[in-house]
Design a protein. Structure first.
Length: 271
C-alpha cells in the first residue's frame, strides 16, 4: 500500500508540474500581447504601464492617418494575394503528394517544406536578388510572391493532413457508381477538404498580413505594409499609437480565427 501511495503521490506531483509549466508558458506567451492592448487605451502621450486612464483616441488616429490606412490597405492586398496563391498552388500539391502514384511524392512534399524552414530574412534577400536578375523590383507583387513561397507549406501540410484521414472507400464507392475522377474531386473530395482549406487560408492570410521578416526586403518604397510602417513608427515615436496599431493587428488575427471556429470549428480541420 505504501508503494502505491508513493506512486500516486509521484503521479500527482508530475501532473502538477506539467500543469504549472503549461500555465507559465501561456502567461509568458500571452501576457506581452495583453499588456500592449492595455497600453493602447492609455490617456498619456507616452508608453507606460499601468495606464492612468481610458481613451479610444489612439485607435481613432490609426484610422484617421492616411499613411496608416494606406499601409493597412497594402497589407490587406498582400494577405489576399498570398492566400489566393497558396490555395491555387497548395491544394493541388497536397493532392499530388497524398494521392500521386509516382516516386517523387516524398521529395515534392519535402521540397515544399524547405522554404518554410529557411529563415524569412534569408528568403527575403534571396527573392530580392532573384527579382533584380529578372528586372522585377520591390513591390506588392514581389512581396506577395515571396511570402506565398514562405508559407505555402502551411496550406500544403494542412490539406495533406485532412486528405490522409479521408476514407479511401469513398473514392471506390464513387467509382463504382460511375463517377469520373473529376466528378469525384468536385462532389466528394473538395467538400470534405473545405474545413482544411479554410483553416489554411486563415493562417496564410494572417501571415501575409503580418509578415515582416520577408516583407522588409521585398516591399516597395511607396507600398509599405502595416508591419513595416509599425517598425518605422517604433523608431521615431513613443506614443500609445504604436500599441494601437499592434492592437488592430491582434484583433484581426483573433477575428479571423473566431470566424473559422464559428463557421467550421477548428476541431474539424483534421477530423
Amino acid at each position: 500500500m505504501s508503494r502505491l501511495r508513493a506512486a500516486s503521490l509521484l503521479d500527482a506531483l508530475g501532473i502538477g508540474a506539467i500543469v504549472a509549466v503549461a500555465i507559465a508558458s501561456l502567461v509568458i506567451l500571452i501576457a506581452p500581447s495583453i499588456i500592449v492592448v492595455i497600453i493602447s487605451f492609455d490617456t498619456r502621450a507616452f508608453v507606460a504601464f499601468p495606464p492612468q486612464g481610458f481613451t479610444l483616441d489612439w485607435y481613432r488616429q490609426v484610422f484617421s492617418q492616411d499613411v496608416l490606412v494606406e499601409a493597412m490597405w497594402n497589407s490587406l492586398q498582400v494577405g489576399v494575394t498570398v492566400t489566393a496563391l497558396c490555395i491555387l498552388l497548395g491544394v493541388p500539391t497536397a493532392l499530388v503528394c497524398v494521392r500521386g502514384r509516382f516516386r517523387g511524392t516524398t521529395a515534392l512534399s519535402i521540397y515544399v517544406l524547405v522554404p518554410h524552414m529557411v529563415p524569412g530574412i534569408v528568403l527575403g534577400v534571396a527573392v530580392l536578388f532573384a527579382g533584380a536578375l529578372v528586372g522585377v523590383g520591390p513591390s506588392i507583387g514581389l512581396q506577395s510572391l515571396s511570402i506565398a513561397v514562405f508559407v505555402l507549406a502551411v496550406m500544403v501540410r494542412t490539406v495533406m493532413s485532412r486528405l490522409q484521414r479521408l476514407d479511401p472507400a469513398l473514392d471506390e464507392a464513387a467509382a463504382n457508381l460511375g463517377a469520373t475522377p473529376f466528378q469525384n474531386l468536385r462532389t466528394i473530395t473538395f467538400p470534405l477538404l473545405m474545413p482544411a482549406i479554410l483553416a489554411g487560408s486563415v493562417f496564410t492570410f494572417i501571415e501575409g498580413f503580418d509578415n515582416i521578416s520577408v516583407a522588409i526586403f521585398t516591399h516597395g518604397f511607396r507600398d509599405r505594409p502595416l508591419p513595416i510602417e509599425l517598425l518605422a513608427m517604433v523608431q521615431t515615436t513613443n506614443t500609445p499609437l504604436v500599441a494601437a496599431v499592434s492592437g488592430v493587428q491582434i484583433l484581426l488575427a483573433i477575428l479571423a480565427l473566431a470566424a473559422v471556429s464559428k463557421s467550421i470549428g477548428l476541431d474539424r480541420v483534421n477530423d
